[in-house]
Structure formats: C-alpha cells, structure tokens
Design a protein around this ligand. Structure first.
Ligand SMILES: Nc1nc2c(ncn2[C@@H]2O[C@H](COP(=O)(O)OP(=O)(O)OP(=O)(O)O)[C@@H](O)[C@H]2O)c(=O)[nH]1
Ligand SMILES: [Mg+2]
Ligand SMILES: [Zn+2]
Length: 309
C-alpha cells in the first residue's frame, strides 16, 4: 500500500468488470468494489474500461473505495461509438493479444470469418493468435492443411481439443503472463478451453447466457478473468462486424500482414490492390506467394468498408 498526497491509503489495481457504476478492481490484496471519482467521470477521454490500471483510495472509514486515477494505457481494443459520434468505446484496455477461437467442426470454422477477427486485431495494432478447437472431431492432418494460410501469414496457430487435451500446453504457454482478449463465435469452445486450462475459472459451458447477448453486444461489457499463474483473459463478445471498428477501406491492406512485403512496391502509391495495373500484391497472389483465399477476404472487406463510409 502506498499513500497519496493527502495521506489517504491508496492501492493500485486492474479493473475486472463493471455494472451500473460499480467496478470490481483486483489489487494485490484482493478484489474491491469501487465507484469512479466524480471528477474523473467529467473529464473527457477518461472513460473507465475493463483492463484499466487504476489507483484506488479508501474513504478512510474502511468501507467504500473510489477510483482516483486511471493510469496510462498500453493499448486498447476499441470501436467507434455507435451512432457515428466521435470518440471511441474501449472494449478492453491494456490488451497484449487477441486470441481468435474457431472450431474445426460443430460449428465448422469459416475462414472468411476468421479473417474478420484478425483484421479487427490488426486495426487495433494488437498481435493475434488463431485457435482451431474440437480437432478431435476431424482428421487433424486435413485441418492443418485447411488452416495453413494463417501460419503462412505469420500468425501463431493452435490446434486444440478440450476432449483429448491436444494442444492445450502450447495454448497455455501463449496465455501466461499476458492479457488476452478471447473471441470467436458461440459454441466453438472458448469457455471449455479456459476451464480446461484453468479449472478454477468455472466458466459456464454451453450456456444460453452468453448466446442471448448476441445482438446486444454494444451494451454488454467484457469480463476480465485473472489467471492463477499470471495474466488475464477477457471474454470479448461481438467482435465480428468490421464496420464499427473505425477502419477505412484505404487502411485495410495494412491489416493483412502478408501483404507487407509487396504493398510498397505497387506502381501507384495509393494502390487499393483491386484493379490497378502494376499491383505487386495481386502479382504475389497470382504467383501463389500470398493466399488467394486471404486476398478474397481482403476484396470482400474492402467492398464492405467502402460502402460504409
Ligand atoms: N468434441 C468437442 N467438443 C467440445 C470441445 N470444446 C468444447 N466442446 C463442446 O462445445 C460446446 C460449446 O462449448 P462452450 O465452451 O460453451 O463454447 P463457447 O465458445 O464458450 O460458446 P459461447 O459462450 O456461447 O460463446 C459444449 O457442448 C462443449 O462441451 C472439444 O474440444 N471437442
Ligand atoms: Mg462461453
Ligand atoms: Zn497494389
């Protein structure tokens, strides 16, 4: 415990979740419920988010805690505010990486949907890893081939099964000590994976509670779960619509890391890599150096984003 200027006891903590103005903050000595100091609420740009590092102060009487200060953020997973206003809505602060979870079957992963999640991570300048779960339901060699594009594009890819335990040690190693935003469609096994890695988490599996949040995710906040061996994982519902992430069509090419070696060498500096002559990205696709399927995702998302604005 340290002391602030007034001699009031102060503690540093991480915001785990919040409802109705009450925030749960984890400090070195436990979890505390705290309200945001009124002065902080008014200041522009100081909206509190799950994942924020904060300074807490006790009211002295030993009862309630107040969030006195939001410490500078290392990163944010943020979307444009709904309704087109300026500013942003932070889904999780201080995220180190996005873990995009899909299933090899039941429900079968759609690679074009995986690309959407990866683009959102890239647009937020966050690292991403891909998890293909339920590998027990398919031929593992076929699945590895089917999702080979992601490893080729430079992403970490984990093939896992909660049923057999396959791939779990490697996924565990990828989570320890970091703050990860876990996302993916309903039913792919996100909660099952986290329970498999950390039985103490006791997340609900196959629950309707998560599913009913679909369509309401502009108001449903993320939850940050502390991991027993260091780090945090956040459930982040509703990551899939790229349109709300404040991304312009012209910036989309930077969200495909494997285009990187080529996009600077197109004939036109403002090449959109669709129809322009002398496009080095398209040439790389023709040669097979860039995945045609990933390029196809680029074209679809470009059209979507161009229509949005
Ligand atoms: N065969 C098989 N089934 C799995 C595996 N992982 C999870 N399941 C099953 O898949 C179903 C959905 O799992 P959940 O963990 O609830 O999925 P989720 O991604 O958390 O879903 P939401 O919370 O709705 O987003 C459950 O019936 C699990 O038992 C796996 O590796 N193999
Ligand atoms: Mg779940
Ligand atoms: Zn080009």
């Amino acid at each position: 415990m340290v002391s602030d200027g007034d001699g009031t006891p102060a503690e540093r903590g991480v915001v785990l979740r919040g409802t109705g103005g009450v925030w749960v903050v984890r400090t070195a000595t436990g979890e505390r419920e705290a309200a945001l100091r009124g002065r902080l609420k008014q200041e522009t740009g100081s909206k509190l988010a799950v994942g924020d590092d904060v300074m807490l102060a006790s009211d002295g009487a030993g009862g309630s805690w107040v969030i006195e200060e939001i410490l500078p953020r290392r990163s944010v997973l943020a979307r444009r505010t709904p309704g087109g206003g300026y500013g942003e809505r932070i889904v999780v602060a201080n995220v180190d990486q996005v873990i995009v979870v899909f299933a090899a079957a039941q429900p079968e992963a759609h690679p074009r949907m995986i690309d959407r999640f990866l683009v959102i991570a890239e647009a937020n300048e966050l690292g991403a890893q891909v998890v293909i779960n339920k590998i027990d339901l398919v031929d593992a060699a076929v699945a590895r081939e089917r999702f080979a594009d992601y490893a080729r594009a430079g992403y970490g890819v984990h093939f896992t099964s909660v049923r057999t335990g396959a791939g779990l040690p490697e996924l565990h190693a990828a989570l320890v000590g970091r703050t990860s935003a876990v996302s993916g469609p309903s039913g792919v096994g996100k909660s099952s994976l986290l329970n498999g890695l950390y039985p103490g988490l006791n997340l609900r599996v196959g629950a309707v509670s998560d599913a009913v949040q679909k369509g309401r995710h502009t108001t449903v906040g993320a939850w940050l779960h502390p991991l027993p061996d260091g780090g945090f994982v956040a459930d982040t519902p509703g990551l899939r619509e790229v349109g709300v992430w404040g991304l312009s069509a012209g910036a989309l090419d930077r969200c495909f890391p494997e285009f990187g070696p080529y996009r600077g060498t197109c004939r036109f500096a403002d090449c959109t890599h669709r129809v322009e002559p002398g496009c080095a990205v398209r040439d790389a696709v023709t040669r097979g150096d860039v995945s045609a399927a990933r390029y196809d995702s680029y074209l679809r998302l470009f059209a979507e984003l161009a229509n949005d604005s």
